[in-house]
Design a binder for this molecule. Structure first.
Ligand code: FEO
Ligand code: CA
Ligand code: CA
Ligand code: CA
Length: 644
């Protein structure tokens, strides 16, 4: 089962991040290959031995970044710069502090489906901090809304996929969705507040309203919901966003993986990648709605952006269909001069597109309730990147740009449900897997990670263009644009490439990166803090990690970029087999929250309960039983601003 669409094609050239890093990684790799002893050896390289300055010796510390670089790592731990501390706050299975019960995590994964419904979900991804009380800018008490993207059933159940049952399907569904917890800083130590009236799990079983132009459309109606206005659950919640009126946006990414089709796939199911026999979640065996042959409209109810009010634990989440249906990565907003809201969104699949949604009406900062339906009315656009450095946003509006009844689009609901087909029709630019999008807090310049696309330029695939300039793009890049007139709602923009990931000295010019600073590949998470530091998180897939081009790239990592100087400096390295994804901070920027996803992941045998433990025992250590995704808290020891 894989949620990752990286093809993992063999990458067979070495990179050269820095001589000392390579030396260290050779040692670690040699020990890792020897087996369990590697963990002890890795631990013997403390941060004080960090090779600060070796690779970035030519860089002056005059920019925005005030920390000392962290070297590449293959250690089974989290490393942050000298003078910083990272602590684990909330791992998969930890009780959320719901008033109806706080079942403790059982390290043999024997918690029931009902217990999982009161515990933190699995595989943390995007996340946001909302201060308490609402309307405050408090940095010592708030709500964390955390996406739980998917499950590894080998870890989720004591005996993995053996004795597959309705209970196991229900536990997997209850481990998906969103976790909301209240957190507070108590004398310098962050903790989860238990119990809290805000504690909540939204899962793949929670009733969710369907709103906007596609709500109620015939294509959204099912036997269980003839109205087409309520669906059970949200799933594969990947990256995120939030709104100016303090609601959370969670984005459904690889929703297609949960379906199969016992009959014949429809053209739309093919276009969206629904696998005829599924990708191994096996939900349809005990929850028939995931068989698209029996329930052909059920897939139409996934692939949306979902709005959640974290301040009202009784509020019903809402799927906002006006924002389109695809493999939604994130939803990053900015405000126009007239108060209208623009939301930028990537569709993370090879050769898919970048979108933005512009609200019809302005945000009302004085009346929160007046914004309740703001995301239901507006225009969805898709991006064209031209080779001359200009770009255009093409409206996906029924009756415009060829999206007509004559071309097979019956109305706006149809355009939105089949967003990818609509974008194909208007000639959008296929990109190298658009992941997160971040908007600079002052200039409103927009940055987007294109994580990788090894099929770019291959025979019978699409050729390179200026916006996706590398064949066999295994390292990925970050593209950026400025809207003309600095108006986020406008239809034209200018773009350039911020950075090509990969080693700048790579012997193959086609793979050479343009990084001024520390080496990384497969950028994914991307976030501007309020001070304008651009944070980059990497997701080198397990099938590519530590091999070929990635042999000396170490574990996944987080870096900080000073966009003025262009310098990129490594801030954090994660445990073995993990991805770093999800980032938010308190308004005072003195506490940062980051998610460590799928520690211990292997490219094979992901469903064998015994296997991940051989790769990682983070965060609980040898006694913990199995690796767990978790939220960590990062603070500067002197109480200063993180990154400064
Ligand atoms: Fe869930 Fe495209 O990352
Ligand atoms: Ca991602
Ligand atoms: Ca990714
Ligand atoms: Ca992931």
């Amino acid at each position: 089962m894989s949620h990752n669409h990286n093809d993992g094609k063999s990458l067979n050239r070495s990179i050269n991040p820095s001589f000392h890093d390579i030396l260290q990684l050779r040692l670690l790799r040699r020990d890792a290959l020897k087996g369990a002893a590697s963990l002890a050896v890795a631990g013997a390289f403390p941060l004080s031995m960090s090779l600060t300055g070796c690779a970035t010796g030519g860089l002056k510390r005059t920019g925005m970044l005030g920390f000392s670089r962290v070297p590449l790592s293959m250690a089974d731990n989290v490393r942050v710069p000298d003078g910083y501390t990272a602590t684990v706050l909330l791992s998969w299975g930890d009780p959320i502090g719901h008033s109806s019960g706080s079942p403790a995590f059982k390290h043999d994964a024997s918690n029931t489906a009902d217990e999982q419904a009161l515990q933190t979900g699995m595989h943390h991804d995007g996340m946001h901090y909302f201060p308490l009380p609402h309307g405050d800018h408090g940095s010592v008490n708030g709500l964390l809304t955390i996406n739980n993207e998917y499950t590894d059933d080998g870890l989720l159940h004591t005996d993995g996929f053996a004795n597959w049952s309705a209970e196991k399907v229900r536990k997997s569904q209850n481990a998906h969705g969103v976790t909301i917890v209240e957190v507070r800083d108590r004398n310098g130590k962050w903790e989860v507040v238990r119990p809290s009236r805000y504690a909540r799990r939204i899962s793949a079983r929670t009733p969710v309203a369907i709103s906007g132009p596609a709500a109620g459309a015939p294509q959204m109606q099912t036997t269980a919901d003839p109205s087409g206005r309520e669906v059970l659950g949200t799933l594969n919640n990947c990256a995120n966003g939030y709104t100016p009126w303090s609601t959370y946006l969670t984005c459904e990414e690889n929703w297609d993986s949960y379906f199969m089709n016992s009959g014949t796939l429809t053209p739309d199911q093919v276009r969206n990648g629904i696998p005829p026999r599924g990708r191994g979640y096996r939900w349809e065996e005990f929850d028939e709605r995931f068989d698209a042959g029996k329930h052909p409209n059920e897939p139409n109810r996934f692939g949306w952006v979902v709005e959640i009010d974290p301040y009202d634990p009784n509020s019903k989440p809402v799927k906002r269909t006006a924002l389109g249906r695809f493999s939604h990565e994130g939803a990053c907003h900015t405000l126009g001069p007239d108060g209208r809201v623009t939301v930028y969104m990537g569709d993370d699949r090879a050769f898919e597109y970048i979108y933005k949604f512009v609200t019809r009406d302005a945000w009302n900062p004085r009346d929160r309730d007046a914004n309740r339906h703001l995301l239901d009315y507006g225009t969805l656009y898709v991006a064209q990147f031209r080779d001359d450095g200009t770009g255009a946003w093409v409206a996906l509006t029924h009756g415009l740009n060829g999206l007509t009844t004559a071309r097979g689009f019956r109305d706006q609901a149809d355009v939105l449900i089949r967003t990818r087909a609509a974008a194909d029709t208007v000639g959008a630019t296929p990109m190298d897997r658009p992941e997160w999008i971040a908007v600079h807090p002052a200039t409103q310049e927009v940055y987007c990670t294109l994580t990788n696309n090894v099929r770019r330029g291959a025979a019978s695939e699409r050729a390179t263009d200026k916006a996706n300039p590398r064949v066999n793009n295994g390292f990925g890049h970050i593209i950026r644009w400025r809207e003309d007139g600095n108006d986020p709602a406008t239809a034209t923009f200018k773009w350039d490439i911020f950075v090509l990931a990969g080693d700048p000295q790579h012997k193959d010019p086609a793979k050479r990166g343009s990084i001024n600073g520390d080496a990384f590949g497969s950028p994914d998470g991307l976030w501007f803090d309020d001070g304008g530091i651009l944070w980059i998180q990497t997701d080198v897939s397990t099938s590519a990690m530590h091999k070929g081009d990635y042999e000396f790239m170490g574990n996944n990592q987080m870096l900080a970029a000073d966009i003025r100087s262009g310098e990129i400096r490594r801030f954090l390295t994660g445990p073995n087999g993990c991805e770093i994804t999800g980032i938010t901070a308190t308004p005072d920027r003195r506490t940062m929250f980051v998610n460590i996803q799928h520690p211990g992941e292997t490219s094979t045998e992901r469903n064998d309960p015994k296997y991940p433990k051989a790769v990682s025992s983070w965060p609980d250590g040898a006694l913990g039983g199995r690796p767990r995704s978790a939220t960590i808290v990062i603070c500067k020891n002197d109480g200063g601003i993180v990154g400064s």
